[in-house]
Each structure stands twice: as structure tokens, then as C-alpha cells.
Design a protein around this ligand. Structure first.
Ligand code: UD1
Length: 421
């Protein structure tokens, strides 16, 4: 058990490098199971979810080499058709490895995936996609045990009930080596999906429509190994910028283009922050106590990202007024609220809606991160708070942020990692 000890009150100044997106490298590593020869990924983040992905690949029999920020995978020798349940339960993204396994072997066995407790997180859309691609669930005790009788060379078209990121990625992974044409309607449009498509097309896939709601995939017989640079992590970048919003100061994120954070730009400016954008660089300066955001409501890309909502709430907790937050993606995006209230924040929650009444000051708290972005929000709130915060549940934060305490110390914050008894 580890904890972060945060002494709030220091303004933050300086630059933070942004590396590859967690939500991109996970599907890319899953996709490497479909490739003959070596897939090489550059700009990889060093995160525990990436370690878990590498462990799954190795467990299945892939050769994986890691050299600083470059990961090379050769899956030629993979024969296993089963992902053990304890690996599946470590993260939600493991369902993509299951999809890739089905795509490669036409069969596979595993359990339900784990992931952040953001409310009910069903897998019906993943199962729907598998079914549309010709798989049937066959009798076995585990949750997932799928097999495809034959890969029919035909045209198929299906529509996702909601534009799920993971289900869209699984549909792509399943269709790319299936003969004939697959049309996916109401597909998710997140940039990380564009990154997966860019990699697969480089490897020989025929996918069109990236960035739009309709994807068309012409199945190919094989994919070849290529090098690919992982797209930068827009959520990590947004989190570091918002830290200047709670703690004060001026933070520049380097290695990310403003276009990836377009939906977050208007509210940041509305709060009175000075936001300057340069090629592959964004700088945020807090000049005075933030103004409240007008209603912040999440929706799938290109809408405002659900993964930044808790961090914006941390800023709103210090604002000069009241902000209404609505999360339209997950049922429970507000697990950080009771801890923030312990630090003096005033927040009303009803279902997926929260009203944050800004306070001039918050105080140190004994907080526990219950999911990844909730952990980030608590850390941001603690950086601006008076006194000391002890933040446990750090393992959630490590899933998506690299050496977070070092980053904030470099900026002038006082954050230490400590082993808990
Ligand atoms: C991905 C991201 C996660 C982000 C989320 C939404 C990764 C590894 N994770 O998660 O950080 O918060 O997109 O941007 O990329 N749903 C169903 N049935 C399904 C699948 C999803 O009802 O079979 C629902 C979910 O419960 C949720 C909504 O669809 O309410 C969106 O989820 P989805 O886009 O699938 O999120 P993930 O891919 O799990």
C-alpha cells in the first residue's frame, strides 16, 4: 500500500512532457496480436496498465522488448487461446486482448474485464459486435467462451447502440482480418481510435472513415509489422494544465497539440485562465481565483471528455461561483466527492449531475482514490489546499499517470510517495 503525501499551497511553474496515451497504447498492443513480424511502438507511457498489457502478451506467448519508451512485440509464436481471469479482471482494456485473440484464432476463452468502478459497465456491445462478426458464445462456465464457425466472405453492416470506444475498437480488430466488407455505424470517434486505424492501415489493413461515425473495413488476409508513434495523452495533458488551475502558477504541457483538447479550451478560458497554444505545446496560467464554468456536460468525442470531468470539478471547487456538471457517459463519475467535501468543498450530487459551489479555500484531507480520474481530481484539489493531504488508492493513479509525484515536484509542488503500513 502506498500513499501520496501532499502539502498544498505551492504554485506550480514549469514544463511537463506528455507521452503516448494510455487509451491508445492499450488497443495498439492488443492489435499487435494480429500482425506477422514485429510491431514497434514509440512514445509509450510508463504506466501500470501498460505493464499489465505487456504481461498479458507475454503470457500468451508473445516476445515483448521494452527499450525506454519503445515497445516491440512479435506475436508470431502465440498459440494460447485463453486469457486467465485474474489478468482479465485487472483492467477494462483487457477485453481488447480478448477481441484480438478471437480475431486471430476464431475462438477464445476468458472472463468479464475489470476496470474503474464507474457504475454498471456492461459488455453487451462487445458481445453484440462479436455476434455480428460471426461468433457465438458456446457452453462453458466462464463468462466468455466464443467461437466462429467460419469466416464468411460477405458484406455485413451493424450499428452500435451507443458509440462505445472499446466496442468500436473490438469491431475494428475483429473485422480487419475477416474477408468481405464490414460497415460499422455510430462508431466512436475518439482520436485514440484514429490512432489504432492509422497503425492498422500502415500494417496493411483497409479501413476508411477514421474520425467519422461510419467505418468501412475491407478484410485483408494478413498484416505486417510496422513502426508507429503513439498519439499523445490528451487526458494526462489536461490534468497537468488543470493543476495550475487549483494550485496557481503557470504550467506548459509539451508534446501535445491543442486540437486534441479542443473541447476543453472554451471552459478553461471561461474560467479566466490565460491559455496559450503553440505547435505541440499548451500553456495555462492562473491569474486569479477561477470563475465558475458554465454547465460542463460530457459526451463522446468530439464532446467534452468524461475522463477530464473530475479534474475540472477540482478546479470548480475553488471557483468564484457555482458550476453544474453532468456526466452523460458513466453512471458514477463522482466517487471523489465525499473526500473533497471532507476538505471543505460544497457539492450536491443527484445521479449523474453535480453542483459544485466554489470555496475560496480547501483544506488537507485523508482521501482515497477509488478510480483513476477521481484520484487525479483529489490530487489536484490537494495541491491547492491549505495543509497536508494523505491520499491513498495510489494504484489507481499509477494506471494512468507516470511518476505523478515527480512531475508535480519538478513544478514546485510538495508531493511525496510513502509506503503505508
Ligand atoms: C474508454 C476509455 C475510458 C473512457 C471511456 C469513455 C480505454 C481503455 N478506456 O473506456 O478511459 O472513460 O472510453 O470515453 O480506452 N457500454 C455499454 N455496453 C458495452 C460497452 C460500453 O453499455 O458493451 C457503456 C458504458 O457503460 C459507458 C458507455 O458505454 O456508459 C461508454 O463506454 P465505452 O466508450 O465503452 O468506454 P470504454 O471503452 O470502457
Amino acid at each position: 500500500m502506498e500513499a501520496l503525501i501532499i502539502r498544498g499551497g505551492n504554485p506550480l511553474y514549469g514544463d511537463v512532457p506528455v507521452y503516448g496515451a494510455k487509451n491508445s497504447i492499450l488497443p495498439l498492443l492488443a492489435a499487435s496480436l494480429l500482425v506477422k513480424g514485429e510491431s514497434t511502438f514509440e512514445n509509450c507511457p510508463k504506466l501500470s496498465d501498460v505493464d499489465t498489457s505487456v504481461d498479458i502478451l507475454r503470457l500468451l506467448g508473445a516476445r515483448v522488448e521494452i527499450n525506454e519508451r519503445t515497445i516491440t512485440v512479435c506475436a508470431d509464436e502465440v498459440e494460447s487461446k485463453e486469457i486467465p481471469c485474474d489478468w482479465m479482471s485487472k483492467m477494462r482494456g483487457s477485453i481488447l486482448f480478448f477481441g484480438a485473440m478471437l480475431s486471430r484464432f476464431d475462438e477464445g476463452k476468458s472472463c468479464r474485464p475489470g476496470g474503474c468502478p464507474l457504475g454498471e459497465r456492461p459488455v453487451d456491445l462487445h458481445l453484440f459486435v462479436m455476434e455480428q462478426m460471426g461468433f457465438s458464445v458456446i457452453g462453458c462456465e466462464e463468462d466468455f467462451c466464443c467461437k466462429r464457425a467460419e469466416k464468411k466472405d460477405k458484406k455485413r453492416k451493424f450499428r452500435l447502440r451507443i458509440p462505445s470506444v472499446g466496442a468500436t475498437e473490438n469491431a475494428i480488430l475483429l473485422a480487419v482480418l475477416t474477408p468481405g466488407e464490414t460497415k460499422i455505424e455510430n462508431a466512436a470517434r475518439e482520436p485514440e481510435i484514429g490512432d489504432l486505424i492509422a497503425f492498422l492501415n500502415k500494417a496493411g489493413a483497409k479501413i476508411s472513415g477514421a474520425g467519422s461515425k461510419t467505418l468501412k473495413i475491407e478484410g485483408v488476409s494478413s498484416l505486417k509489422g510496422v513502426r508507429h508513434r503513439v498519439i499523445s495523452d490528451r487526458i494526462a495533458a489536461g490534468t497537468y494544465l488543470l493543476a495550475a488551475g487549483t494550485a496557481g502558477g503557470s504550467v506548459t504541457v509539451k508534446g501535445i497539440d491543442e486540437s486534441l483538447l479542443r473541447a476543453a479550451m472554451p471552459p478553461l478560458r471561461e474560467a479566466g485562465f490565460l491559455v496559450e497554444t503553440f505547435p505541440a505545446e499548451i500553456k495555462l496560467t492562473r491569474k486569479s481565483r477561477p470563475l465558475p464554468f458554465s454547465k460542463l456536460s460530457t459526451s463522446p468525442y468530439p464532446g467534452f471528455p468524461t475522463d477530464l470531468l473530475p479534474q475540472f470539478m477540482a478546479v470548480a471547487a475553488y471557483a468564484h461561483g457555482t458550476t453544474l456538471f453532468v456526466d452523460n457517459v458513466f453512471e458514477n463519475r463522482f466517487s471523489h466527492v465525499p473526500d473533497l467535501e471532507q476538505g471543505g468543498a460544497e457539492i450536491d450530487v443527484a445521479g449523474n449531475v453535480a453542483l459544485v459551489y466554489g470555496k475560496e479555500k480547501l483544506f488537507g484531507m485523508h482521501a482515497k482514490a477509488k478510480d483513476l480520474r477521481a484520484g487525479a481530481a483529489l490530487l489536484l484539489a490537494a495541491l491547492g489546499a491549505e495543509g497536508e493531504t494523505v491520499l491513498t488508492g495510489v494504484e489507481h493513479i499509477d494506471r494512468g499517470y507516470e511518476r505523478i509525484e515527480e512531475i508535480f515536484c519538478t513544478l514546485g509542488g510538495d508531493v511525496k510517495r510513502q509506503k503505508e503500513e
